[in-house]
Every structure is written in structure tokens, then in C-alpha cells.
Design a protein around this ligand. Structure first.
Ligand SMILES: *Cc1c(COP(=O)(O)O)cnc(C)c1O
Length: 392
């Protein structure tokens, strides 16, 4: 049975060209980038090329890219790094209730150290109101952190507008762009961004490598101390092969992003329309138009997301409920609850995220399979009364 992978938001397969580009760095090109002989120089040159590819993807300068061990580390470095470098007066952070746990966890940690954090609400589509951001700013505000697009429901935030508000107020602006980098155009200068997190494995690169964009002039403390790597901003011998793979993935994404978004947007809309037509009492979660081109998130009333996942898995279809981090716990998604969904609808949510190798046939197969699964599960549910089925 052919598997259908619809969980690109959790991780993407590493592109074959990326794997090819990485291979020499596990073999003959093994040098340490800090060494002064030729092997070291080769490694250094490869890292420089990768840095410039990642910088180009988001419209930054090479010097503004710090390689990290992934998106989670980039988010931690942005928030804690800026907090640790601040003088005592600036002890207020503004973020949202729908951020990734990498941001929320860092904020909770800083709260324990005495920082104050404002968690802004979102509307029913998962949108943050720029006016709420403006009103939350005080004389003590240090940084605003609002994600570019949400990993669960795909809603894209008005980042440029929030960036302008931050700039006008003289407050730093961080955005978690892990879901958008390489998928949606980003220009850090036009968008007023000072700090931006990226992860390679969400754009067809390898796992365990990412980057934080740090605008020139932004004061930030390192989290990892030791050697002088990454211009004293992140110590430790560089993940050479990973960084090379990240650079290659960024370069590929820059070339294919626009066309891919068009193709995926069409498949996404076909999947959304099909689901809403074929499954009664299903609703789309997230914004109808300001939305990642590859994200579908629906709530299907009277069924459990986990049951749908298990049945889909038996049919060879990989999907997700809420996010990979929250599945496995019984708590429903903090994102869906923030958007005002009931616990029941939040528990009945399903995320289908599309990518480079998704086909129209995949979409058709999911539609047919899910329709059958939902009918079967609802037939067993004591709560569900099918249209026309009389109450007992
Ligand atoms: C995946 C993800 C992260 C974490 O990135 P890792 O590289 O897996 O640590 C952070 N933020 C968002 C929005 C994500 O989707």
C-alpha cells in the first residue's frame, strides 16, 4: 500500500539534492571550520556559502544569521538572549496565546525570573489584532514576539503591520517564521523584523539545524558559552553537514517557493471544499484566506481526533491532530481553545499539511477514506444523531 504523507508541517522529507550536497561533509570534507589548514578553509567556505543562502531567503545580510540547533533553539535564543542582554528597566514581553511551545516555554521561564509577559488573545480565525499589540506596549516593553504563521491552523499574521508598531515604539520585534520560511516570501527589512527564527527540517532540509536572524545592532546574550564560533553568539564546533544541507534547502526553496505555493494552494482548497461537502458537521479551523498554502485544519464533531488518526494510519495516511507536541497528551490544543473552540470540537480536530510530493490522487484518497472513517466512528458514537436518524 502506498503511504500518503500529509504531515509536512511536523517535518518534511529531506530533499534528495540536499542529501547529495551533505554527503561529502560526512566523508572527505570533514574539516573543522576553525582550523587554519586547507580542510578547515573548505569547511569555512561551505558554511559561508550556506549562510549567504539562508540570508538571501529572508532578505538579510550574511552577518545577521546565527546557525542554531533548530527552530526551538532559535526561539529560545531570541527571547532569553534579548532578555539577558536588557537592562533592568525593560522587563516586559508581549506575545500571543497561540505561539509554539518553544516561545511559550521560554516566556514562562522568563516569568519565573521576574519578567512580565502579556499573552495577547486571537479572534476566531486565530488572528492577532495589531491594535491589541499597540495597546499592550508600556514604557518597560522590551520585545514583541508574534509568530508569522501558526503551525496548527495555518493562519498568517499581519507581520509587517506589527513590525511597524514595534519600530514606532522602539521595541524589538521577534517572529517565529518556522512555518513560513521557504514557503511564503519574507523580507526582514520591509517587515520591520529584528529577530526571526527558521528551522531547516520544515523546508526540506535536515533536522537539528536552524537559524536566528539577529538584526545588526540588536543586543543579544549568547545561551551557549565556549568558543568564538558564530561571531561569539553560539559556541561549539559547527554542524557542518547540517548547515550545508540547510543552505542547499534554502537555495532550492527560493527557486521553487512561488510556483509550489500556487500548486499547493489549489490542492489545499480542493481538500477543504471536499471535506466540508462530504462530511456533515465539519468546520474549517484557521483563516479562510490569510492561510499557509499547505495547511488544512478541520474539526469534525462527534469524533475524536486520535481515533481518526489511528484509522487513517491503518489506511496508510499520515496526519496530525493539533500538533505533534500536544498529541500524546489529553489536553486539547491551546491554539484551538484560544480561538474559542469548545473542548469537544478541539478534540475532534485534524491537521492535514501538504507538501512537495502531494498529488491530486492523494487528496482524492484522503477524502474517500476519511468520509468512510467518520461514518464508521459516528455510527458507534452514542452522541451522534445522523440527519434523519430519530433520537432514542
Ligand atoms: C517546528 C516548529 C518549531 C520548532 O522547530 P524545531 O526545529 O523542530 O525545533 C518552532 N516553531 C514552529 C512554528 C514550528 O512549526
Amino acid at each position: 500500500m502506498n503511504r500518503v504523507y500529509l504531515d509536512y508541517a511536523a517535518t518534511t522529507p529531506t530533499h534528495p539534492d540536499v542529501v547529495q550536497a551533505m554527503l561529502p561533509f560526512f566523508g572527505e570534507s570533514f574539516g573543522n571550520a576553525s582550523s587554519l589548514y586547507s580542510y578547515g578553509r573548505e569547511a569555512r567556505a561551505a558554511i559561508t556559502a550556506a549562510r549567504s543562502s539562508v540570508a538571501r531567503l529572508i532578505g538579510a545580510d550574511e552577518d545577521e544569521i546565527v546557525f542554531t540547533g533548530g527552530g526551538t533553539e532559535a526561539d529560545n535564543m531570541a527571547l532569553k538572549g534579548i532578555a539577558f542582554a536588557a537592562d533592568g528597566k525593560y522587563n516586559h514581553i508581549i506575545t500571543t496565546s497561540i505561539e509554539h511551545h518553544a516561545v511559550l516555554g521560554s516566556c514562562e521561564f522568563l516569568e519565573n525570573l521576574g519578567f512580565h509577559v502579556t499573552y495577547l488573545p486571537v479572534d476566531k480565525y486565530g488572528l492577532v489584532a495589531p491594535d491589541d499589540v499597540r495597546k499592550a506596549i508600556t514604557d518597560n516593553t522590551l520585545v514583541i514576539s508574534v509568530m508569522h504563521a501558526n503551525n496548527e491552523v495555518g493562519t498568517i499574521q499581519p507581520i509587517a503591520e506589527i513590525g511597524r508598531i514595534a519600530r514606532d515604539a522602539g521595541v524589538y520585534f521577534h517572529t517565529d517564521a518556522v512555518q513560513t520560511a521557504g514557503h511564503v516570501p519574507i523580507a526582514v527589512n520591509d517587515m520591520g523584523i529584528d529577530l526571526l527564527s527558521v528551522s531547516a527540517h520544515k523546508l526540506y532540509g535536515p533536522k537539528g539545524v536552524g537559524a536566528l536572524f539577529v538584526r545588526t545592532g540588536t543586543r543579544i546574550s549568547p545561551l551557549i558559552h565556549g568558543g568564538a564560533q558564530e561571531r561569539n553568539r553560539r559556541a561549539g564546533t559547527e554542524n557542518l553537514a547540517g548547515i550545508v544541507g540547510f543552505g542547499t534547502a534554502a537555495e532550492l526553496a527560493r527557486g521553487t517557493m512561488t510556483e509550489e505555493a500556487t500548486v499547493l494552494g489549489t490542492l489545499r482548497d480542493r481538500l477543504i471544499t471536499g471535506l466540508l461537502e462530504r462530511i456533515p458537521e465539519a468546520q474549517l479551523n484557521g483563516h479562510p484566506t490569510s492561510r499557509l498554502p499547505n495547511n488544512v485544519n478541520v474539526s469534525i464533531d462527534y469524533v475524536e481526533g486520535e481515533s481518526m488518526l489511528l484509522h487513517l494510519d491503518m489506511e496508510g495516511i499520515c496526519a496530525s491532530t493539533g500538533s505533534a507536541c500536544t498529541s500524546g497528551s489529553l489536553e486539547p490544543s491551546h491554539v484551538l481553545l484560544s480561538m474559542g473552540l469548545s473542548h469537544q470540537l478541539a478534540h475532534g480536530s485534524l491537521r492535514l499539511s501538504l507538501g512537495k510530493w502531494t498529488t491530486g490522487e492523494d487528496v482524492e484518497r484522503v477524502l474517500e477514506t476519511l468520509q468512510e472513517i467518520v461514518s464508521k466512528l459516528r455510527a458507534m458514537s452514542p452522541l451522534y444523531k445522523a440527519p434523519g436518524r430519530s433520537a432514542q
